[in-house]
Design a protein around this ligand. Sequence first.
Ligand code: NIG
Ligand code: FE
Length: 409
Amino acid sequence: MTKTFININQLVQVREPEQNILRGAMMADVPTMENAWLTVEDGLIHNYGSMENFQPEEGTEIVDLKGRMVTPTFVDSHTHLVFAEDRDEEFVMKIKGMDYQSIAEAGGGILNSARKLQQTDINTLTERAAQRLKEAIAAGTGAIEIKSGYGLTMESEIKMLQVISQLSEQFPIPIKATFLGAHAFPTADHEKYMNTMIQEMLPEIYSQQLADYIDCFCEDGYYSVQQMERILEAGEKFDLKPKVHVNQFNSIGGIEKAIEYGALSVDHLEVLTDDEINLLKDSDTIPVALPGCSFFIRIPYTPGRKIIDNGLPLVIASDFNPGSAPSFNLSLANSLAAVHMGLLPEEAFNATTFNAAFALELEAETGSITKGKRANFIVAKAGKNLNSISYNFGVDWIDSVFINGEKYE
Ligand code: NIG
Ligand code: FE
């Protein structure tokens, strides 16, 4: 049976199928239909049109949206949603003056999360992650990527990926899993851990089909470019495309290497040189900015304006994690991108919906109001428009979220 949503004052992000990722000036446009209806069938977007010549299909269930805006749900292409516990005590250390790297050196950081995760059983982890995911969906996220990387042992990395796989079974939205064993080194014996990842973890992940992508935190004090190269090369043998953490604090050559390995995306980019922008222009690798991380740990924002002005595509994600970005709220990411990166509300919205779907290879399924895509959409509160998403920072503009055509409760 079909369901028809009528009296939509603005149907936002209406696009024909098979349109490519938006680059440069194209990002300033969000095609919108005024005074529209939308039909859903079998969880998919079936049709849409103008209320002016609206003829209800026989037997369809009518839902009157009374003049409210409808947008597609957000796509969050970079999260660390599976973790044992918050690290709010580190937040307080930061307020008192310590920076991200000194907190890590004092026993906090990724290794703190790893210790906690190793001691937490799989069911507890799944329950906690499921609670966060429910809240993220209620905040408008309709597709998500989740990384491992707080396990850092064979057993716990596999455990994290199994949690993600359980979430995929339990939840009605698309979930992509990324193996981030190379998030930090668990001990001083780096060579031993490299071998564990390459010779033990990757074959096991492949045999259980637990990951879609491979990631590495390429940064001074974490993984060198050479170490990342070994990881990406090993990942390639197991069909894992790279999506990597690069240029968060320093430009050490990670972008160039990631492009060489055909990375789907390069994420962070708070430090980005002109040469690296030029390398990205000659590649299909997608730049991903994480403004929540810049806000929270007070580091420079990714030069999103410059990336777009150079004709590149841009994606924005939450980086949701307990250390550097404890928020999955992509509306807030829209605000931060507008205020701190100089993006127009339209550009920020495209970066978290249509373009973001490409950073997870989900562009055929979600990211816009397109016939045949999933009926994952947001109904706004009365009086809200596209600008409201960036403008009303920290204020909830969402009335309800629909996943596969059903109201998400
Ligand atoms: O994307 N930069 C590396 N990893 C995470 C932070 C992880 C943590 O602090 O727990 C990030 O910001
Ligand atoms: Fe991250």
